[in-house]
Design a protein around this ligand. Structure first.
Ligand code: URP
Ligand code: ZN
Ligand code: ZN
Length: 457
């Protein structure tokens, strides 16, 4: 064996047990007792888990007159330090572009900069007959998931026919459609009305994005998934009403799956009323919701009604970016830094606080995303033959999520006063240590593009 990780407790989505892991080259070669190897990592007292998979990031996304502050270099280093070894980002089809052209732009951004492995979804801007054919080509080159925005009118939003056609095609080719589910026409009306009435503080962002608009769009997408038989993944779910729509679809046997993000579990919409424009730090779409919704989401994660925790990592600096909307909430770039803090927050507030087991935690942050997005068994679990993407997790390490302790390229932490217990001690990517005690020691650009499998759920 090139490397043996000894004395740890292996934790997968299915079980926890004591064993050593033997790594040869980039993959797990053996799991058993008393293994020996050229190099040894002692994981006594630690959990050894599969590296996290974040299925929802936006590195260097050009958006709302700015560009998200993490590029593939800084964003993937931050992800690694928080225990994530794979991200799936979004290439977004621009006006007049083919899907391939959009994908190539994003692949160029990532290549040579990503320090962890990465896949791509393609977000569909238009769905003519040629693009429908092209969706099949995407699956063939390892991009089997597509995003449709039901919101951001005049920017990313597409109509219902485009969504319906995308679902039909996805079903034929082994693809899956993700949706940003909010009723973009309703939002557009409310945003314009509130701005015209001079209601321009950050709270009006939330009041222009009501939960009913999310629940309605989720219901609409779920019904279309049922009509077409295609799998559907609803990203960044925030509220009980949307969750009910998803549950109703699953109860009918539709292949519909849901993601939420730490920010929707941690905060409620009071944040928007913080003084000195601080509320802008939490402006994202959908917005934070009224109290009660976060607990409904936690319950959904525990019960299996929700399948994953992603991040929707899309950071903008408070100074120089968020403040573009100082006088008008509709100009605040939407999004939050999140890729680094996902595992620690979900472990601390999920496992330590008794909401679910450590195995469910692994399912939500690693195995579930791998299963849904065509990465199993290479990523997301600990089996012989899998990539040796491993997090050696110290359950006793206390860590404050301040700006100074984190690596994301943004001038604030939304969790400045939060201390979690449980943090990565070490992170390995394909058999190489890339993080040691919160320090990135890997190689910039060593991340590989992942050709994912077709999705048949
Ligand atoms: O506010 C958000 N969520 N920004 C990123 C783009 C998106 O909607 O996912
Ligand atoms: Zn979105
Ligand atoms: Zn997003």
């Amino acid at each position: 064996m090139d490397l043996v990780i000894k004395n740890g407790t292996i934790v997968t989505a299915a079980e926890s047990y004591q064993a050593d892991i033997g790594v040869n080259g980039e993959t797990i070669a053996l799991i058993g007792r008393d293994l020996s190897g050229d190099e040894v990592i002692d994981a006594q007292g630690m959990f050894v888990m599969p590296g996290g998979i974040d299925p929802h990031t936006h590195m260097e996304l050009p958006f709302m007159g700015s560009v998200s502050a993490d590029d593939f270099r800084t964003g993937t280093i931050a992800a690694a330090c928080g225990g994530t070894t794979t991200i799936i980002d979004f290439a977004i089809q621009g006006e007049g572009q083919t899907l391939r052209e959009a994908l190539d732009i994003w692949l160029e951004r990532a290549e040579g900069k990503a320090s962890i492995d990465y896949g791509m979804h393609v977000a569909i801007g238009a769905m003519d007959d040629e693009r429908m054919i092209e969706m099949g080509d995407m699956v063939d080159i390892g991009v089997p998931s597509f995003k449709v925005f039901m919101a951001y009118k005049g920017l990313f939003m597409v109509d219902d026919e485009t969504l319906f056609r995308s679902l039909i095609r996805a079903k034929e080719i082994g693809g899956m459609i993700s949706v940003h589910a909010e009723n973009g026409d309703v939002l557009n009306y409310l945003i314009n009305k509130h701005v015209a009435e001079g209601k321009k503080e950050p709270i009006w962002h939330a009041l222009s994005h009501p939960p009913e608009a999310e629940a309605e769009a989720t219901h609409r997408a779920v019904v279309m998934a049922g009509m077409t038989g295609a799998p559907l993944y609803v990203v960044h779910m925030t509220c009980a009403g949307a969750l009910e729509a998803l549950k109703a679809g699953r109860a009918k046997g539709f292949k519909v799956y849901g993601e939420t993000c730490p920010q929707y579990l941690m905060f409620s919409m009071e944040k928007y009323e913080e003084p000195d424009f601080e509320g802008a730090k939490y402006v994202m779409s959908p917005p934070l919701r009224e109290k009660g919704n976060p607990e409904a989401l936690w319950k959904g994660l525990a019960s299996g009604d929700l399948q994953t925790v992603g991040t929707d990592h899309c950071p903008f600096n408070f100074v120089g970016q968020k403040d573009m909307g100082k006088d008008d909430f509709s100009k605040i770039p939407n999004g939050m830094p999140a890729v680094e803090t996902r595992l620690p927050l979900i472990y601390h507030f999920g496992v330590n606080e008794g909401r679910f087991s450590i195995n469910r935690f692994v399912e939500l942050v690693a195995t579930g995303p791998a299963r849904l997005f065509g990465l199993l068994p290479r990523k997301g679990t600990i089996v012989i033959g899998a990539d040796a993407d491993l997090v050696i997790w110290d359950p006793d390490k206390e860590f404050q999520l301040t700006r100074e302790n984190l690596h994301m390229n943004v001038d604030y932490s939304p969790y400045e006063d939060v201390t979690v217990k449980g943090y990565p001690a070490m992170v390995l990517l394909r058999g190489k240590v890339i993080v040691n005690d919160n320090e990135f020691v890997g190689e910039v650009g060593a991340g590989q593009f992942l050709k994912r499998n077709p999705i048949h759920l």
